[in-house]
Design a protein around this ligand. Structure first.
Ligand SMILES: [Fe+2]
Length: 340
């Protein structure tokens, strides 16, 4: 009887540990470790997937748990990589980048693109060979570790870039070259050293044999339709993010009865609103209602600053800041209505 109870308890405990779900998990490989031989050897595949990718994943799950961000999506984490710090940046990137890498390779790869993707490659890069040369060149000259990307930019055009470490075009840390990656090549030594040693160029030439353009094409079609592209475009609007930061750090304390932040920072609010009105607006958001709302934000911030300088009472400051906050949310609302 005692054994049965112990067994039951240990089963519950064991099940309990399994039920404590980690936010992110390793994607399944669609082929065996040796399937991409001779271009990528089985030992490299096994270590790369089961050790390196697994380590990024474990570290990511720990980082989001420590930062209490377990309900954030991988995309949200990457859009805020700069503010969230190196543990999130490196491991969210490591997980996303490797997941994409496994998913675009196949032992029965279609060696050339077709349809709209083929047309776009030809019109943007001249030919597939020229695209490969450009990517190989950027990969070969990437100092240290990193990736080379073919991605759909925020204007829905194809573009190529490379990134250091585990950064990618989704991340806010990439000041230019933002968009959704559709093909990424890992140029960390762990991706090729066992077979190719220091000959990164040989690895880069070989890998095109296992990159499946049918799968890249699926990524391309999905990226063109993905509303996330508009989210990335909005994320490039630094002046809006700068204003948002001051608003959040003054409005929320005021809601809790603390007026010191807005009384100290009303001048800075005017500066950020003016900077927003003169900064370039990303293409999709360059509409008359948004421009008008930004002008309204400048005059609202100036009125609030005058009240603060006159040492107006809290109820006057509260009314003015609440109105400014509403104007800011009007801009946010207009942005989300934009039909790309
Ligand atoms: Fe890697």
């Amino acid at each position: 009887m005692r054994n049965i109870i112990l067994l039951t308890v240990s089963c519950i405990l064991f099940t309990g540990t399994w039920l404590t779900a980690q936010p992110f998990s390793l994607p399944k490989l669609n082929y065996s470790y040796d399937a991409l031989e001779p271009f990528i050897d089985a030992e490299t595949m096994e270590i790369h997937y089961s050790k390196h990718h697994q380590a990024y994943l474990n570290n990511l799950n720990k980082a989001v748990t420590d930062a209490k961000l377990t309900d954030w999506t991988l995309e949200q984490l990457m859009l805020n990589a700069e503010r969230r710090g190196p543990a999130i940046r490196n491991n969210a990137g490591g997980h996303y980048n490797h997941s994409l890498f496994w998913a675009i390779m196949s032992p029965t790869a279609q060696k050339t693109p077709s349809g709209k993707l083929a047309e776009e490659i030809n019109s943007t890069f001249n030919s597939l060979d020229d695209l490969k040369k450009m990517m190989n060149s950027q990969a070969a000259t990437r100092f240290g570790s990193g990736w080379v990307w073919l991605y759909v930019n925020t204007d829905k055009k194809l573009a190529v870039c490379s990134s250091p470490n585990q950064d990618n075009p989704i991340m806010d840390v990439m000041k230019e070259n933002r968009g959704i990656p559709i093909l990424g090549i890992d140029v960390w030594e762990h991706a090729y050293y066992l077979k190719y040693q220091n000959k990164r160029g040989d690895y880069l030439n070989a890998i095109w044999n296992v990159i499946d353009w049918n799968l890249v094409n699926q990524n391309y079609e999905a990226a063109l339709k993905d509303p996330f592209l508009l989210v990335i475009e909005k994320n490039t609007w630094q002046a809006l993010k700068d204003f948002h930061m001051v608003m959040a750090q003054t409005y929320h304390p005021m809601e809790d009865g603390d007026f010191a932040p807005i009384r100290n920072r009303s001048g800075e609010m005017v500066e950020k609103a003016k900077a927003l009105s003169t900064a370039a607006i990303p293409n999709s958001f360059r509409t008359t209602p948004i421009k008008n709302a930004i002008n309204e934000l400048v005059s609202g911030a100036e009125s609030l600053d005058k009240l603060v300088k006159k040492k107006a009472k809290n109820d006057k400051i509260e009314a003015s800041l609440t109105k400014l906050h509403d104007t800011f949310h009007k801009i946010q609302g207009l942005c989300s209505e934009v039909d790309h």
